[in-house]
Ligand binder design. Structure first.
Ligand code: ZN
Length: 436
């Protein structure tokens, strides 16, 4: 079996029937001007074919659910392994996805708490905000709750008769339920209501009102709003109701997502929510002191996050709020923690948007992935990343119809001597110590 990825007669997009031999379990960097064909090789051919072949191995049901993939235009592609594209696209997912869940550190902390937390809340699932056993029953583990905003709902300068309850049209059915209830003076501005009157208006209930033609169960405005609008799918909240609410921390768990038992359980005075609210760099110190093998497993992953310059993140940070660069480095950390080997990892300009110091940290991650037995392919312009390559493919010489050819293939040292555009750039700028 060949230890190389063999690509013959590539013609995807602008590729001119080129052939390449890429070493497995090495770091290969693809360079060249924008539009030279790098992406057509890496994404249009290698990633596309790998993912297409993987889809073929799924059952018919799964295959129908995957996007139909065309076979890339090429004569022959052999030696491909399962490919993972680690891009700077933001982490999709919902409010239930956090740095802790994405990196699999939160499950480790749950095991730690199930073993060490006092008083115990129960098994590891009792510490999960995504499990009925652990989630706050008030917000279902979201930590946030849509609540009626009284400042929006009420105009306190007006009386009920003048339309003090903004949602209700004066004279309409809902308006008359309150204005004609006989419980309030309809001509009195709300700001002159006593506390009792206001409470009765907003939260009262448990008695009936005789309105002449029929008898109604009385229900305060806010109670009624909750029953009609908030105890159902929020995506279907109508516009008038949406204008009266705001999202705030859940009053029951104060944004910590967990039920009372999970929050009461502590290790050295700290709940699992306290752990997750800390910056990862600080959490490392807290867990290190426990001298516990489970804590050590979490620390190993936390150190990776810190090592890529993300030590300021907390585990409870929601992943959709991460920047593209943060997301890419976290995805890389997650793959490093997965222990999978024999994969092909593909990176699209991973240095974009990074501080120079973080480019070095990213480079270390790429090498770590390689050393774990994976093939790493990187499309990149940054010379510090190029300098790390075991193998370089320089595409060009120009863009579009003027590109699509391999202008250089080989070592970084060879590239510097090659006289290609990228080679000249490297020769000018890279210190000699990088060329060994
Ligand atoms: Zn809650």
């Amino acid at each position: 079996m060949s230890h190389d990825i063999m690509l013959t007669g590539l013609r995807q997009n602008n590729l001119k029937g080129i052939s390449l031999r890429l070493p497995k379990e090495r770091l290969t960097v693809f360079t060249g001007v924008s539009g030279s064909g790098k992406s057509s090789v890496v994404f249009g051919t290698i990633a596309a074919e790998s993912q297409r072949q993987l889809a073929e191995t799924f059952g018919t049901f799964a295959r129908h659910r995957l996007t139909k993939r065309e076979r890339p235009r090429a004569d022959r592609l052999t030696g491909l392994t399962a490919a993972v594209v680690v891009d700077q696209r933001q982490v999709t997912g919902n409010a239930r996805s956090t740095v802790g869940t994405m990196t699999e550190i939160h499950p480790v902390l749950r095991v730690l708490f199930s073993r060490r937390g006092e008083p115990s809340a129960g098994p590891a699932t009792a510490y999960s905000f995504n499990d009925p056993q652990g989630m706050c029953p008030e917000c279902d583990g979201l930590g946030k709750k849509i609540q009626v905003d009284l400042d929006r709902l009420l105009d306190r300068d007006l009386s009920l008769a003048q339309g003090a309850i903004r949602m209700f049209a004066v004279g309409g059915y809902a308006h008359r339920l309150y204005a004609d209830s006989g419980l309030f003076d309809p001509g009195k501005p709300l700001r002159d209501f006593t506390e009792e009157e206001l409470h009765l208006l907003l939260h009262g209930g448990g008695f009936k009102i005789d309105r002449g033609d029929r008898v109604n169960e009385y229900e305060g405005v806010v109670t009624r709003f909750h029953r009609l609008h908030l105890n159902r799918d929020l995506d279907r909240l109508d516009r008038a109701a949406r204008a009266m609410v705001r999202e705030g921390p859940c009053p029951a768990c104060r944004g910590r997502r967990l039920n009372a038992a999970a929050l009461a359980s502590r290790i050295d005075g700290l709940s699992i929510a306290d752990h997750c609210a800390m910056e990862t760099a600080d959490l490392i110190g807290v867990l290190d002191r426990l001298d516990d093998p489970v804590a050590e497993a979490a620390v190993a992953s936390l150190r990776r996050i810190d090592a890529v310059g993300l030590g300021y993140l907390s585990l409870d940070r929601e992943t959709p709020t991460l920047s593209g660069g943060e997301a890419q480095r976290l995805k890389t950390v997650r793959h490093l923690g997965s222990g999978l080997t024999g994969m092909t990892y593909i990176f699209d300009e991973p240095s974009v948007g990074l501080h120079p110091r973080d480019v070095h940290r990213l480079g270390d991650l790429l090498l770590e992935l390689r050393d774990a037995g994976n093939t790493v392919l990187v499309v990149e312009h940054d010379r510090d990343v190029i300098a790390l390559a075991d193998h370089v493919v320089d595409m060009g010489p120009g863009a579009g119809a003027d590109g699509g050819r391999v202008v250089y293939e080989g070592s970084v040292a060879g590239l510097r001597r090659s006289g290609t555009r990228t080679g000249r750039m490297l020769a000018r700028a890279t210190p000699l110590k990088d060329v060994v």
